[in-house]
Design a protein around this ligand. Structure first.
Ligand code: 5GP
Ligand code: MN
Length: 327
């Protein structure tokens, strides 16, 4: 699966000067925290580091230490020696950051998505890791790279968010060991970080949830729950794309529900499909791959061309098939 050692990556990091650290479109806490953490560590080695994401820094993660380092990419390409893609299952999910790093001599790909095809020159894809942040921590530790408070807080936020606050099944003893070391090394205030992450939502997010709940439907003996968001509702509520991160968990949390789905109408004629499973036998990554997407066995997504109603129908049909094979 992964074909590069931490030592090889460590040599590439120490042996070059100019880096661009990239993450996926619609970034989450794992992408942003991992990007900032690695960037800060490399900066302390005296490296010249750009940190780019198609969407730039999100309002909700702007409390992360040194969040201002993370920006949208420039429109003209810049000369860098090494481009590093973090938490990005396929290269085109780097969005418009790709064009800004055309000159990169080496591509490093560090990720934990099972569907990652291992693009790039130096690759670590560890699908047993619950977060890319955990892999970055292991890289930093194994290579003796700088690790201070700011780096620790970014990594803690990455791991906390991608494990659903240390709840999802890939959360392991190693994950808790990592978190404990981050708390110790960075003297982190866990309560305060958690409050920033989970108790600091804008009111409009709750209003969005109310509208989504109105659209909720149950299928296949209530083993599937889904809700959907139209462009019109999103505009009426003035919601940002980042506001819906995590709302799908309300569906997954229902007893008896195995698959939860969130359908979001996008402006480009596609529908963003976000899927969760509570049973390894129902592989939502495989379902999403049928629609050109990917992700993890229990959490995956895709962008599917078509109207909301069409995409809902097609996706629910595939879920019905997957549930059939389970029983
Ligand atoms: P979410 O539902 O939170 O947007 O994404 C769940 C997981 O699936 C994430 O790990 C994300 O990277 C992956 N994912 C979401 N959308 C897509 C997509 O359109 N393509 C691919 N390849 N992966 C996706
Ligand atoms: Mn991740």
């Amino acid at each position: 699966m992964s074909n590069t050692t931490f030592d090889e990556i460590g040599r590439a990091l120490r042996g070059h000067q100019r880096f661009a650290i990239l993450g996926h479109v619609r970034p989450d806490g794992d992408a942003l925290g991992s990007q900032l953490a690695l960037a800060l560590s490399l900066q302390q080695l005296g490296k010249d580091v750009r940190v780019w994401n198609e969407d730039g820094m999100l309002e909700k993660y702007s409390f992360l230490p040194r969040a201002e380092l993370l920006t949208k990419p420039p429109s003209a390409a810049e000369d860098v020696d090494v481009a590093i893609a973090l938490d990005t299952a396929i290269q085109n999910r780097l969005g418009n950051t790709l064009a800004a790093v055309r000159s990169a001599k080496i591509w490093i790909n560090i990720d934990h998505h099972r569907s990652n095809p291992c693009y790039g020159d130096l690759v670590i894809v560890d699908s047993t890791a619950p977060a890319t942040g955990e892999i970055i921590f292991n890289l930093i530790k194994s290579q003796g790279l700088p690790l201070d408070h700011d780096i620790a807080e970014n990594l803690y936020a990455a791991i906390s968010t991608d494990t659903g606050s240390f709840q999802y099944p890939k959360t392991s003893a190693r994950t808790f060991d990592t978190a404990a070391e981050l708390v110790r090394v960075g003297s982190l205030d866990v309560g305060q970080i958690s409050q920033q992450l989970y108790e600091n939502y804008p009111r409009r997010r709750l209003e969005l949830l109310r509208e989504l709940l109105r659209t909720t439907r149950f299928d296949f003996g209530e083993r599937t729950a889904s809700f959907s968001l139209t462009l019109k509702t999103a505009a009426n509520l003035h919601v940002l794309p980042e506001d819906n991160e995590g709302l799908i968990d309300h569906l997954r949390a229902i007893r008896g529900v195995i698959v939860a789905v969130f359908f979001e109408e996008l402006a480009d004629g596609k529908v963003r499909v976000s899927m969760r499973s509570k049973d390894e036998a129902v592989d939502v990554c495989a379902i999403c791959q049928k629609f050109g997407g990917g992700g993890h066995t229990l959490a995956a997504g895709a962008r599917v061309r078509g109207s909301l109603a069409d995409v809902e129908k097609k996706v629910l049909e595939q879920i019905r098939e997957a549930l059939k094979h389970r029983s």
